[in-house]
Design a protein around this ligand. Structure first.
Ligand code: ARG
Length: 602
């Protein structure tokens, strides 16, 4: 028990090495520096801890495994000599079990080195655990992830890829961490496009074409309607009138609308199936329609919304927000995107009891979400709101990603192309397989490559879609990671075929004799912290980078440390197979969080 009453972690760390170490550092800092000192010190330690700044993994193993950098800034507050303070810290730091004696370095850094026998035992145990030793979070949250959310009546195109793939990875990772997550496809199924479609449909549609290629016919009608509407205000008014009729509950329009939505949904489901993406709910905009009038009245009654030039508006004067008000009802009585989003928040908070609301939507909608979140705050709907904004997908030439003739790239065609490009490689590597088996692998590797390329980017920036880069067998790509996984499996196959050895980890401690084994072990032990970081920051590239680093360390280990060779003693072989097993399962778990398909052959 430390002096502030917190318990230091001794045995179980729940798969969070960094967190456990950080906690020991926090306790030691308070012990060493906060006794009778100003509350600023305590506050500074607390802030550094909350920001994950108490320890940092070192980039060079010569300086230990983690470094404590937080003493230098504290020395300023305490007006003390940093090295002397570091000395005080080292004296009270509890290294028992986990670390070797800490070392002071430079002007007042402290280097922490894990006790190799602790690490070896910890990983030995993790190898037999179904969750690789990574316990679910202590405080699970109810989270809604609003993702994909295309405007329907149109085909899915590349513009829908990012939200779909990123949102899906966030949902799966948060679920793995133990949160109660609802992945919701908030489809745009109530907007102006239906007025246009209804008008164009009534003017003339082709029933045979609709049966043969439903979404194609809808797209044709939509294009025609849009062109006609742009050319003629009378037609634009007629389209609006159709929409108003639909929204007022007109039976004919409602029946057509249902048909349009069903067609679009069936089409979208086909693309989602190829991406292996699923949702927990499909509450589109129409789902909230009945709530809109009441909500607007409620907000007026509360004094949050006011009338201005006939429209109902919410004025927000917070720095950084657009100066235009958040409009929730137009002067003609129509409700807007904003109104639906407010009704959605109300439903998610009140009915689903959401504590964290995540929106995976293009950065171009940042202003909308800023205003939405500020409005919720003003109403008093508190929750943890996050807009996960992402940049655009560009072609290899840095221009918006288009087909050769300048059209939008359809998602199904993009996936077809990925498969076609990877197929010759699969045929060459696995010639004895049937055509169907080769195609199945190619579809998984192709889709995996496209998805991974999207996830591995820093979200907020635009990214260049480059076939050669994303399909490369080397580098931070989907195929590289899938291949690393296949290689682990082939080692077990070989162990069985050559040595008759059916391997299963048994919980015994590892033997970490070489630098490669140590480095690999340390990286494996960082999996839980990595998942936590991704869950907190909602950035999939954090996990991608980790898996890539792990696969590279595995490759270095594999090159240097023979596993099945006859001169390897049984204990070493067992330890190396355990390491391989851990790598395999960490890749398997990590890729399943990102929802990159796993393959057993390649
Ligand atoms: N359907 C919208 C669009 O395509 C995205 C919806 C995002 N989610 C939301 N709750 N606003 O732009």
């Amino acid at each position: 028990m430390a002096s502030d009453g917190t318990k230091t972690t001794e045995g179980a760390i729940g798969g969070r090495l960094g967190e456990a170490l950080s906690e020991r550092v926090r306790v030691a800092m308070l012990d060493a520096f906060a006794q009778g000192a100003a509350p600023e010190v305590e506050a500074a330690v607390h802030a550094a801890n909350a920001g994950g700044q108490l320890i940092k993994p070192t980039s060079d193993a010569r300086f230990g495994d983690y470094q404590v950098n937080a003493i230098l800034p504290l020395a300023k507050l305490l007006k003390g000599n940093p090295r002397a303070l570091a000395q005080r810290f080292v004296e009270v730091f509890d290294s028992r079990g986990m670390c070797l004696a800490p070392e002071i370095a430079g002007p007042g850094f402290v280097n922490l080195r894990l006790d190799p026998s602790w690490l070896a035992a910890e990983l030995g145990r993790a190898a037999t655990d179904a969750r690789l030793g990574v316990a679910p979070v202590a405080q699970p949250q109810r989270v809604i992830v609003d993702f994909s959310s295309p405007n329907v009546a149109k085909r899915m195109h590349v513009g829908h890829l990012r939200s779909t793939v990123i949102g899906d990875a966030l949902v799966r990772t948060l679920k793995f961490l133990g949160h109660a997550v609802v992945g919701d496809n908030h489809i745009g199924d109530w907007g102006t496009q239906f007025g246009i479609l209804l008008w164009a449909w009534k003017r003339g549609h082709d029933e045979a074409a609709l049966n043969a290629d439903p979404i194609g016919e809808l797209e044709r009608l939509y294009k025609e309607g849009t062109a006609a509407m742009k050319a003629d205000v009378e037609i634009a008014n007629a389209c609006r009138a159709e929409l108003a009729k639909l929204q007022a509950g007109d039976a004919e329009n409602k029946a057509l609308w249902e048909r349009f939505v069903a067609v679009s949904r069936a089409e979208a489901e086909r693309v989602y199936a190829r991406l292996e993406v699923t949702f927990d709910s499909w509450h589109g905009e129409s789902f909230y329609n009945d709530r809109l009038p009441g909500l607007v009245e409620e907000l007026r009654a509360k004094g949050v919304a006011t009338e201005s030039e006939g429209a109902i508006c919410i004025f927000l004067d917070e720095p950084g927000l657009p100066t235009t008000p958040f409009i929730i009802r137009k002067s003609d009585g129509a409700f807007l995107y904003a109104t639906t989003d407010l009704a959605t928040v109300e439903y998610r908070r009140e009915t689903l009891h959401a504590e964290r609301l995540v929106y995976v939507v293009d950065v171009r909608q940042s202003d909308h979400f800023r205003q939405l979140f500020a409005t919720c705050k003003k109403i008093g709907w508190d929750a943890d709101f996050v807009h996960v904004g992402f940049g655009m997908m560009l072609g290899a030439d840095g221009r918006p990603f288009k087909t050769r003739d300048g059209g939008v790239v359809r998602l199904d065609q993009l996936l077809d192309e990925a498969e076609e490009r990877i197929l010759p490689v699969v045929r060459e590597k696995w010639p004895e397989a049937t055509e169907a088996a080769q195609r199945l692998i190619a579809s998984k590797v192709g889709a995996g490559a496209v998805k991974y390329a999207d996830l591995a980017q820093n979200l907020a920036t635009d990214y260049k879609f480059d076939w050669d880069k994303l399909l490369a067998a080397d580098g931070n790509t989907g195929p590289y990671l899938q291949y690393a996984l296949v290689r682990c499996l082939s080692i077990f196959r070989e162990a069985e075929n050559r040595l008759g050895l059916v391997f299963a980890p048994d919980g015994t401690a590892l033997l970490l004799g070489t630098d490669e084994e140590k480095a690999l072990a340390l990286e494996l032990a960082r999996f839980g912290d990595t998942l936590d970081r991704m869950g907190a920051q909602l950035l999939p590239h954090i996990l991608c980078e980790y898996l890539f680093a792990l696969a590279r360390l595995f490759s270095a280990f594999y090159a240097k440390c023979p596993i099945l060779a006859s001169n390897i003693d049984a204990a070493t072989r067992h330890s190396r197979l355990t390491l391989t097993h851990l790598v395999w399962r960490t890749l398997e778990t990590g890729l399943s969080c990102l929802n990159i398909p796993r393959v057993t052959r390649m």
